[in-house]
Write a protein that binds this ligand. Sequence first.
Ligand code: ADP
Length: 326
Amino acid sequence: MGKLFSIGEVLIDFIPHQKGIALKDVESFTRVPGGAPANVAAAVAKLGGTASLITKVGQDAFGDFLLEQLEEIGVRTDKIIRTKEANTGLAFVSLREDGERDFSFYRNPSADLLLEDTEIDGDWFQRGDILHFGSVDLVESPMKGAHVKAIQAAKWQGGMISFDPNVRLPIWDDPQHCRKTILEFIPMAHLVKISDDELEFITGITSQEQAIASLFTGDVKAVVLTKGAKGADLFVQDEVYRSAGYSVAVEDTTGAGDAFTGGFLYQLLDLDTGQHNLEATLSEHHEQLLAFANASGALATTGKGAISALPVKTEVLGLMKKTTGS
Ligand code: ADP
């Protein structure tokens, strides 16, 4: 079975104890590990796969905490570099009463953004491995170059590239810069996961069908469109495979998309999927792939936080069995 490599941010999310107030009025917080690429690596590790995170954290207490948490869940941390040049990234997010999110990011720059392309070793990757990335660490920084190097190296070795744009506008100086950067990286991926609420922003196209079609550029062979509680659709060649979501008691939807992606990629690794057989594998196993990923995403919404709510494989299979009644 191949390995998952996830490159990008790992950071501390500070979750307010008081809900529904402006960030400036929050008095106390709980710290939890966050960062989409870290969540995806954690999802794959928790399901029983081999997952490594490629990033940098500060030589500080928060870096120690993140490494401990990742190791506890089984993520390999040997490709995480420590630095004294910057602190570990922090994010404070409060949901105000009017539904607006109030953000404060401490990444000017944070340690993850300082990973250099020279710190990526092409020999890490092998045929059968998957490299996954997002857009939060594609802001202008050494880390953007590290992504390009890792993508090229993984591809050169025959690995598959997975991209979840995961739009986070508050970290960009200008929304168009975010959009342009995402469009620059989409053609480098074989598999693109996008959620329905960001499709129009990224493509600039209102019609869903045309928007999806526009994503098939460069190396893109398949697109997964996630639709929250409504499940997900998989587009490959001229086919679309639709799947319903699972009905669960939702507690917190943070990280559902990452749990979905982790579930999807875990199975692709299990099925020995590479660039050469991606389309064939997706067409043959679409039902199982989508059901497993939907169950993984759904279960992640039943607990608080992203990493702490990730399911193990028996829980995913249990939900799939219970719902189909088989
Ligand atoms: P993102 O978190 O990236 O915005 P979505 O909100 O589309 O992505 O969620 C990703 C996947 O997680 C969905 O396709 C679905 O399988 C699962 N999911 C998300 N929200 C729910 C929910 N309320 N109930 C059941 N499953 C959910």
